[in-house]
Design a protein around this ligand. Structure first.
Ligand code: URA
Length: 303
């Protein structure tokens, strides 16, 4: 099957490997991404919106309380999200215009050479993905190896956790917008694998691209994923994400919710930690005026 972009990439990589080319990412990893992308693209790419208008005030402790006996789940796709019908796209204001503006930005960003060390090491620039008219924008720090290979943010293991979180919020990835502060994968010393955190200097150089994306999309809420993203966005030295998460901040007039990076949950997969992130997402849903089911309110609560 070669009808998905990831299928085409996979076939090309396999051919390259067969020809003796050394690949930095494994085909296993590409296969996993291919499976994820196929599953994601199987869902109709339409916008779904809850009927309520955005709430003006931050969520209070009272509005965030939830039943004690709500069932416990993992970050798996919420059944109500899986089975639900798509709602016809709703335009906030000039969504095709936003799409055109993002496309106009994409060219220069993809061709960016401001960081020669990253130009040298990157496979490609990772621009951002999702609904140009999204209410929620998730902002991460920088692409990792998987994202560098595929050209889309949050498609690796941390990305799968983020996708499950988005599903549990009753959104699809195509409903929200996902981007990073740094658009290129931070390089690693020769012979080393793994992902390096972006430096503040690298984020400062790249940040204007994210600012322009935010300016075009005009999300109602920004979710900053992890301390580095918070530091990059707010231009601060040490975010102290454990203290900062769950408390509303503001980024250029837009409410911003700092939360743990999805990779934190991969290393700390207890329900207690998942619940913290989930409470942050409940606060986001409340801020947007979305209806929250009793089931959603109970995710990750101890019985
Ligand atoms: N971590 C990030 O911050 N961004 C990605 O795109 C992937 C992992």
């Amino acid at each position: 099957m070669t009808d998905q972009p990831t299928d085409i990439v996979f076939a090309a990589l396999k051919q390259m490997q067969a020809n003796g080319v050394h690949l930095r990412g494994s085909l296993d990893s590409c296969e996993r991404l291919r499976a994820t992308a196929s599953a994601a693209s199987a869902a109709p790419r339409t916008v779904s919106r809850a009927p309520q208008p955005a709430a003006a005030a931050p969520a209070s402790a009272e509005t965030r309380s939830r039943p004690e006996n709500a069932p416990k789940i993992t970050f798996s796709i919420a059944p109500e999200a899986k089975g639900r019908e798509s709602v016809a796209p709703v335009s906030k204001s000039g969504s095709s215009e936003k799409s055109a503006q993002l496309n106009a930005l994409r060219g220069p960003v993809l061709a960016c050479t401001k960081c020669p060390h990253l130009v040298q090491s990157r496979t490609q620039v990772v621009f951002g993905v999702g609904n140009p008219d999204a209410d929620v924008m998730f902002v991460g720090e920088a692409p990792g190896a998987d994202e560098d290979l595929v050209g889309e943010p949050f498609v690796g293991k941390a990305g799968q956790t983020l996708t499950k979180m988005i599903d549990a919020m009753n959104f699809r990835r195509a409903d929200v917008y996902i981007a990073n502060i740094l658009k290129c994968r931070p390089n690693t010393p020769p012979g080393e694998s793994g992902n390096r955190k972006p430096t503040h200097a690298e984020m400062d150089v790249c940040k204007p691209y994210l600012l322009r994306q935010i300016e075009i999309i005009q999300p109602k809420v920004i979710v900053a994923l992890g301390g580095i993203a918070v530091e990059g966005l707010l231009g601060i030295d040490k975010a102290g994400i454990a203290q900062m998460r769950g408390t509303w901040k503001e980024f250029r007039g837009i409410p911003m919710m700092p939360t743990f990076h999805p990779s934190y949950l991969l290393h700390n997969p207890s329900n207690t930690e998942k619940r913290k992130v989930w409470e942050d997402m409940l606060a986001v849903l409340e801020r947007l005026g979305h209806e929250i089911t009793a089931k959603q309110r109970g995710y990750f609560l101890a019985k």
